[in-house]
Ligand binder design. Structure first.
Ligand SMILES: [Zn+2]
Length: 137
């Protein structure tokens, strides 16, 4: 029987995952505030609807979940033991989309920064963010 939900919707339902203003995203926002860097959230007019956008600096910032976006060499990016094929397809399609979004943004003159969820838990997040921004602006 065909699923009444799209694959994306189904995945969200199954995982009970929030996609907006997640804890990692809030953490990055608080660091940006502390650094007095202006940002906007979920700018729908840009490809991939970046989580945060630093308009003045033309930087699109994505706060990516390690599992959903396949953070390389990260312990949180492990596939569940059941339904492996489904999850692998789902996550690989996320990775492809991330890549396409990044290319599209760069073509429009935007710089792209990805912050991984696991990094937002470290006290070094502020230093990491500053370093990434310095290379981009
Ligand atoms: Zn990670």
């Amino acid at each position: 029987m065909a699923d009444i939900f799209s694959v994306k919707k189904r995945s969200l339902i199954m995982a009970g995952v929030k996609t907006k203003n997640t804890a990692p995203e809030r953490k990055v926002k608080s660091v940006l505030k502390r650094l007095r860097i202006k940002y906007r959230s979920n700018v729908a007019s840009l490809p991939g609807k970046p989580d945060l956008v630093l308009i003045d600096k033309r930087v699109a910032l994505f706060v990516n979940g390690c599992f959903w976006h396949l953070h390389k060499n990260c312990s949180k990016a492990k596939l569940p033991s059941t339904n492996k094929a489904f999850w692998r397809n789902k996550i690989i399609s996320n990775v492809h989309r991330d890549k396409n979004v990044s290319v599209a943004l760069k073509r429009l003159g935007w710089k792209v920064i990805t912050i991984w969820e696991c990094k937002t838990k470290s006290h070094k997040i502020e230093a990491l963010l500053m370093k990434k921004l310095k290379h981009k602006i």
